[in-house]
Write a protein that binds this ligand. Structure first.
Ligand code: PRP
Length: 218
């Protein structure tokens, strides 16, 4: 791969990383350290001008938007929440698929038609506000940072907006999925200025990853 500029790619630890690494390897980008065990936050790669930074998922769009990273891999859930200002989203990597959904206690049904007002616990506050507004409901949104499933059980909220993968976390906590808000997969994102100023190098990474995705799917 011909890389003429210094390029930084923002990645996230956790479930996305495991599925991202084989794609990066197929694209010719191999981390110099084992990211699953290393505590380093900036990691060189097999390509001397390409480095990786390891971030919280919700911080990946922020780093790319501000140009602190040229490219990033982020879940569509994080992108919907953060908005698309300053970011291109050229490639669906088709990995880490899950769904962004509303959910509530399995024993009760959604109270939407009764009150048109609902208390919602979520870390996706913007997504939640937009979703309930589309339904013509008023949502009192309570920001949480994790264990959203607990909120209705503890009387903090009527519903949650969260990622559902297998549905096991909901089921084991007496909750059930209600409405689908969006299908989620991981996307390659690019800083808009980097796309212009480092075009050949950014484009080389996009093409290599795009080929890796197509090869995997064929
Ligand atoms: C997500 C989400 C749910 C769980 C859903 O949490 O918040 O808790 O996964 O998965 P399931 O449908 O397969 O049970 P994650 O483990 O990503 O951690 P988080 O709290 O940091 O989001």
């Amino acid at each position: 791969m011909n890389i003429d500029h210094d390029i930084t790619i923002a990645l996230t630890k956790g479930r996305i990383l495991k599925e991202t690494l084989p794609l990066l390897a197929a694209a010719g980008i191999e981390p110099a350290e084992d990211l699953q065990v290393s505590r380093k936050l900036i990691v060189p790669t097999s390509l001397s001008r390409v480095s990786l930074v390891i971030l919280r998922g919700s911080d990946v769009p922020t780093y790319v938007r501000h140009g602190a990273a040229d490219l990033g891999i982020a879940g569509k859930d994080m992108l919907l929440e953060s908005g698309s200002a300053g970011i291109y989203e050229p490639l669906d990597l088709g990995i880490a698929r899950c769904r962004l959904m509303t959910a509530g206690p399995a024993a009760t049904s959604s109270g939407d038609n009764a009150t048109r007002r609902v208390r919602v616990a979520t870390k996706f506050v913007n997504v939640a506000r937009a979703h309930y507004a589309r339904k013509g409901m008023h949502a009192d949104v309570i920001k949480l940072y994790g264990s959203m499933e607990l909120a209705p059980l503890m009387g903090l909220a009527d519903e949650i907006v969260d990622i559902v993968d297998t549905g096991k976390t909901l089921a084991e906590n007496g909750m059930a999925p209600r409405e689908l808000i969006a299908e989620v997969s991981s996307r390659l994102i690019v800083n808009k200025a980097s796309m212009r100023t480092r075009h050949s190098s950014v484009q080389a990474v996009i093409e290599a990853l795009s080929n890796a995705v197509n090869t995997r799917e064929s």
